[in-house]
Design a protein around this ligand. Structure first.
Ligand SMILES: Cc1cc2nc3c(=O)[nH]c(=O)nc-3n(C[C@H](O)[C@H](O)[C@H](O)COP(=O)(O)OP(=O)(O)OC[C@H]3O[C@@H](n4cnc5c(N)ncnc54)[C@H](O)[C@@H]3O)c2cc1C
Length: 360
């Protein structure tokens, strides 16, 4: 019998479609999967007839029927388009867009509604590589804010969620992470005890709008192109200089920054990961809330869509507790979202399989 990993190999890996979300490795009941060079590899025999690694893969096109049914049964739908931002002006000054995601995480954590938040910081294998993390303090949540323009196996922390005994967890990820998470949540007894306990503990899922993602080496190349030896870099992050957001790099010689637009422009001009080139799931349809940037000049707000009742309760609670400020989305932004929905992309360069990438 053909195994799940063979399906994953033929359908996803051979075509370079793996989005390196991190879902398949903890899902494997035989514990024979690991990651090498941003994709799953197998080291041992698959359990006969098991297809869980393929079933939880966001690139498995058969998934949407299962997910739609799961959402209809478990997450009553809400449709609201809002804009929001952190209410704390000092925190807001540090963020690139409105920081709604950070505000929601702080609200849930500090009100005791969750005991941990799964986020993605910098400082994985290298200073510029994303690092999946479990945040349990305000400082950790704040330090993780800002986009990491690189594939990241955020779901790889599932085993730690179970081992460290977290019982209520907020998860933040890109649309591919959210789809894999929901697949894992539908898998029930097909999962081993650890991942099953972990995904059951995830009570809130916040997705980011995503038009493009990149291999981590794209950021490494950007650093090199700026004349900095990546091996010397001890820290990267975002800072504000004269009100402008910069991607900043620290070495033992000091700090240097490049305008955020220049950094993103470099990545968009040729570093898009192959797996993202045909992806059409820009707004994380299966998240409770999905958050993105706005086009309106001068508006430092996040745009977001409330998609479930849990998402609605989360936004209302965070607003009432003074963590975020919320308004209805301006009409021109709604119109832009409507256009994006028909094109199914966020910002991006023209793609072989989707030539209508909508610039942010
Ligand atoms: C690869 C990528 C592509 C994007 N494309 C678009 C787009 O086309 N259009 C658009 O409007 N917005 C896009 N965004 C979203 C946007 O950049 C903001 O992340 C989003 O608006 C949330 O803003 P915020 O101020 O609420 O986030 P913050 O409060 O800064 O929180 C963002 C959180 O996202 C998490 N995160 C960051 N990077 C990653 C990652 N690579 N994988 C998983 N989690 C991560 C971090 O844990 C962080 O806490 C993209 C983001 C990323 C990472």
């Amino acid at each position: 019998m053909r195994t799940g990993f063979a399906d994953l190999h033929h359908t996803v890996l051979k075509g370079d479609l793996c989005s390196y979300c991190g879902g398949c490795v903890p899902a494997c009941p035989a514990d024979v999967l690991s990651y090498a060079r941003e994709r799953p590899v197998i080291d041992g025999p698959c359990a006969s007839g098991c297809r869980i690694c393929f079933d939880v893969c966001p690139e498995n096109q058969a998934n949407s029927t299962v997910l739609d049914a799961y959402m209809a049964d478990h997450r009553p739908a809400v449709e609201r388009q809002l804009v929001g931002r952190l209410a704390d002006p000092d925190l807001l000054a540090r963020t690139g867009s409105g920081g709604v995601t950070t505000g929601l995480a702080l609200y849930l954590l500090e009100s005791g509604r969750v005991d941990a938040v799964v986020l993605t910081g910098f400082g994985g294998a290298n200073a510029w590589t994303p690092r999946p993390m479990i945040a349990t303090t305000r400082d950790e949540v704040v330090a993780a804010s800002g986009p990491k323009y690189a594939l990241t196996p955020t779901l790889s922390v599932l085993d730690r969620i179970a081992d460290e005994g977290y019982e209520r967890v907020m998860f933040v990820g890109l649309p591919c992470h959210i789809e894999s998470l929901r697949q894992l949540q539908t898998a029930g007894d097909r999962l081993a005890d650890r991942p099953r306990r972990a995904v059951r503990a995830i009570t809130h899922a916040v997705g980011l709008w995503c038009g493009n993602n990149f291999r981590a080496e794209g950021t490494e190349r950007f650093i090199s192109a700026a004349g900095i030896d990546p091996a010397e870099v001890t820290e990267v992050g975002y800072t504000r200089r004269d009100g402008r957001l910069e991607f900043s790099v620290t070495t033992p010689d000091g700090s240097a920054g490049a305008p955020f637009g220049q950094y993103l422009g470099y990545l968009l001009a040729g570093q898009t990961a192959p797996s993202c080139q045909g992806c059409r799931r820009w707004h994380a349809a299966y998240a409770d809330i999905s958050v993105g940037g706005l086009d309106t000049p001068g508006l430092k707000w996040s745009g977001f869509m409330v998609q479930t009742r849990e998402g609605q309760d989360l936004v209302s609670g965070a607003e009432a507790a003074g963590y975020i400020t919320v308004q209805d989305m301006p009409l021109d932004e709604r119109a832009r979202l409507g256009r994006k929905n028909t094109r199914s992309r966020g910002f991006g360069t023209p793609k072989p399989r989707n030539s209508e990438g909508n610039q942010r």
